[in-house]
Design a protein around this ligand. Structure first.
Ligand code: GLN
Length: 447
C-alpha cells in the first residue's frame, strides 16, 4: 500500500486524477487485511482501488467536485464503499470528477483539471474522469464511478479501459450524492473485463436503504464469462454509425463486428429509431431531477456558507451563487424551468414520452437479439479546453450512452483499438435488464 500510494502521488503532478489521497486510512485498512491474512478465495483482498468523489466515505473528504462541499466529511460510508472495504480492498483516494457529475470532461470540477494519461493535452472524459485516469495510469487496479448519462462508459472509452454501467437497480445508490435519481448507477472501471466482473460481484445486490435497488438474484458474473459468443445474436444499430461518428471510430466498430462473426456470433443491422431524441430528452429530465436533488445545498446543512449574509434568504442565494459552478447553475435553471407549471407539459412530459419510445425501441430489438453493439462515443478524447465553453457540443458527446440510462439497461465500454493519432476507442455493449452476464461474456471474448 505504501508503494501504491507513492506511485499515485508521483503520477499526481502529471495527471491529477485525485482530489484526496487518504494515505493514513489506506495504511490502516492495509494493516487490518494483513492481520487477518490474505484469503485466497477472495481475489479482492488487499487490492488497491479508488472511489469517485461523489461516494460518501466516512471521515474522508467528499466534495463531488464542488466548492459547495469543499469541507464535507461524511459520517457514513456509501453501501458500495462498505461492501468493497468489507472484502478487504484498500481505497487509496477519492477521484476528481465534473461538479456533481455534470459534464463529460472533468473540466467542470471546482478542484482541478485531470489529464488523459494517453496524451496529456487531452481530457480523460467525464464525469468519472479521475477514476478512469487513475486506472489507466496504473495508480489502482480498479475504481468506482457513477453513470447518469454515460459517465462511466465515456471516460472508460477515452482511457482505453473497461467501464460498466449496471442495470438500474442492480447496485445500491445509498451514499451516492444524487444527480438524477432515475438514471444514476454506480459501477466499476477496470483494466480488463474479468476484473470488472469481480468488482460488480462485490458491489451488487439489494439494499434496504435504497428503495430502487432490486432484489433480483445476483449471479457470479465471472462464472460463465469464458463461454464465448457462439450462437449469440448481436444487433448493430445503423443510427449509431451514421452522421457525426468519427471515421476511425466507425471502422473500429465494423472491425469488432467481424471479430464477433469469426467467433461464431450472428451480427446483423438493427434500428433504434427514437434513440436520436435521447440527448434532447435527457437534458430535460436529468436537470429536472438535479434541480430537485440539489435543493439540499442551502449553505446551512452542508459545506460552503457565504459570509456576511443579512438574512436567511440572502444566505441561501449567496451560498448557492458562490458555491455552485456555471454548469451546475445552468442545469438548475433548465430543470426548474422544465418543471414549472407553465412549461411542464411542453418539456418534462414530452421528454418522459420520448423516454418510453426509447424503452420500446430497445424492447423490440431485444426480442430477437441478445446484445447490441455500438461505438461508446462519437469521437475519441478531445483536447483540454476544446469543448468546455460550448455546452451543446459537450452534450452531443453523450448521444450514444444516454439511451441505456433512459431505458435502465446495462452497458459496458471495452477497448476496441486506437485512432490514427493514437487515442483509445471504445465499443459499447448493451443487453436486456439484468443481463450483465451476456455483456461480460462478449466483452471477455473480444478482449
Ligand atoms: N455528460 C452527461 C451529463 O453531463 C452525463 C453525466 C453523468 O453520467 N454523470 O449529464
Amino acid at each position: 500500500t505504501t508503494e501504491v500510494i507513492k506511485n499515485a502521488k508521483n503520477n499526481e503532478d502529471k495527471i491529477g486524477a485525485f482530489i484526496t489521497i487518504n494515505e493514513e486510512q489506506a495504511i490502516a485498512e492495509a494493516k487490518k487485511v494483513d492481520e487477518k491474512g490474505i484469503d485466497s478465495d477472495n481475489l479482492l483482498s488487499g487490492i488497491p482501488v479508488a472511489l469517485k468523489d461523489n461516494l460518501l466515505t466516512k471521515d474522508i473528504l467528499t466534495t463531488a467536485g464542488s466548492k459547495m462541499l469543499y469541507n464535507f466529511k461524511p459520517i457514513i460510508d456509501a453501501t458500495v464503499v462498505k461492501k468493497l472495504s468489507d472484502l478487504g480492498t484498500i481505497s487509496i483516494g477519492k477521484t476528481n470528477m465534473d461538479e456533481f457529475a455534470m459534464g463529460g470532461s472533468t473540466e467542470t470540477s471546482a478542484m482541478k483539471i485531470t489529464k488523459n494519461p494517453w496524451n496529456l493535452t487531452k481530457v480523460p472524459g467525464g464525469s468519472s474522469g479521475g477514476s478512469a485516469a487513475a486506472v489507466a495510469a496504473g495508480d489502482v487496479l480498479a475504481a468506482l464511478g457513477s453513470d447518469t448519462g454515460g459517465s462511466i462508459r465515456q471516460p472508460a472509452a477515452f482511457n482505453g479501459i473497461v467501464g460498466m454501467k449496471p442495470t438500474y437497480g442492480r447496485v445500491s445508490r445509498w451514499g451516492l450524492i444524487a444527480f438524477a435519481s432515475s438514471f444514476d448507477q454506480v459501477g466499476p472501471l477496470t483494466k480488463n473485463v474479468y476484473d470488472n466482473a469481480l468488482l460488480l460481484n462485490a458491489i451488487s445486490g439489494h439494499d434496504e436503504h435504497d428503495m430502487t435497488s432490486s432484489d433480483q438474484k445476483v449471479p457470479d458474473f465471472t462464472k460463465n464469462i469464458k463461454s464465448g459468443v457462439k450462437g449469440m445474436k448481436i444487433g448493430l444499430p445503423k443510427e449509431y454509425l451514421g452522421e457525426g461518428i468519427d471515421e476511425d471510430v466507425k471502422q473500429a466498430i465494423l472491425k469488432a463486428a467481424d471479430v464477433y462473426r469469426e467467433l461464431g456470433a450472428e451480427v446483423e443491422e438493427v434500428s433504434l429509431p427514437h434513440n436520436k431524441y435521447g440527448v434532447a430528452a435527457y437534458y430535460i429530465i436529468a436537470p429536472s431531477e438535479a434541480s430537485s436533488n440539489l435543493q439540499r445545498f442551502d449553505g446551512i446543512r452542508y459545506g460552503y456558507r457565504a459570509k456576511d449574509a443579512k438574512n436567511l434568504e440572502e444566505l441561501y442565494v449567496k451560498s448557492r451563487s458562490e458555491g455552485f459552478g456555471d454548469e451546475v447553475k445552468r442545469r438548475i435553471m433548465l430543470g426548474t424551468y422544465s418543471l414549472s407549471a407553465g412549461s411542464y407539459d411542453a418539456y418534462f412530459k414530452k421528454a418522459a414520452e420520448i423516454r418510453t419510445l426509447i424503452i420500446n425501441d430497445f424492447k423490440k430489438v431485444f426480442n430477437d437479439y441478445d446484445l447490441i453493439m455500438t461505438p461508446t462515443t462519437p469521437t475519441p478524447a478531445f483536447g483540454i479546453g476544446e469543448e468546455n465553453d460550448d455546452p451543446l457540443t459537450m452534450y452531443m458527446n453523450d448521444a450514444l450512452t444516454i439511451p441505456a440510462n433512459m431505458a435502465g439497461i446495462p452497458g459496458m465500454s471495452v477497448p476496441a483499438g486506437f485512432s490514427k493519432d493514437g487515442m483509445p476507442i471504445g465499443m459499447q455493449l448493451l443487453a436486456r435488464h439484468f443481463d450483465e452476464e451476456s455483456i461480460y461474456k462478449a466483452g471477455y471474448a473480444f478482449e
